[in-house]
Ligand binder design. Sequence first.
Ligand code: ATP
Length: 217
Amino acid sequence: MANQYAVIGLGRFGISIAAKLFESGQEVLGVDMNEERVEESHPYVTHSVIADSTDAEALKAIGIRNFDTVVVAIGSDIQASILSVLLVKELGVKNVIAKAINKLHGQVLRKVGADWVVYPERDMGIRVAHHLLSPNVLNFIEISKDHSVEEVKIPSKMVNKTLREIDFRAKYNLSVIAIRNDNEINITPSPDQRIVQGDVLVVIGENKDLERFSKIG
Ligand code: ATP
């Protein structure tokens, strides 16, 4: 069964979350106090309503507590963002995700009950800088403070060698969890798989080892 999502605040951030969920077959309610934003959202959501999310009665009227997950995507009006998260949590929503525009805003959102605080500008900035510093790294996910999973373009000196020949794990202290090429992905690469031009390795390991590996030409 599809999950029920509500996205409060249909700016660029909110609408991109709503549209992706909707495209993936989920039920999405869009909420904004701005009538124009609500009208523009129609192609991207199941329903949308005009409401002020700092008004508890309005949230009750929408039946907000029936949603599995509520995203509060209000940024610049910090007071409205905080109050909305507080009310949505008080009305009993289990999973509330909120956008913060800075650290202090994020800390307050956690205090009033947000289950997950996201910092889109900060995180995107970090990703862009990361990519500039390590152009071979196409994508990464931090899995702890010191460990990540990265998609790395294959260094040219490894082309036409097998993982065994490269002695990958011993030499780089990293594990290859998948090898991707165009539209194909092999999620159980054998040590004898030969790496070809254009392959992308999905590797897991310590950040310091990943950094060393991504600098190989
Ligand atoms: P983005 O950066 O995502 O494009 P934005 O720059 O339009 O957002 P924000 O202030 O973050 O500006 O507002 C996002 C949306 O949240 C706006 O469409 C705004 O109308 C809506 N919004 C702000 N306050 C409330 C509120 N109390 N209730 C409902 N919607 C609100």
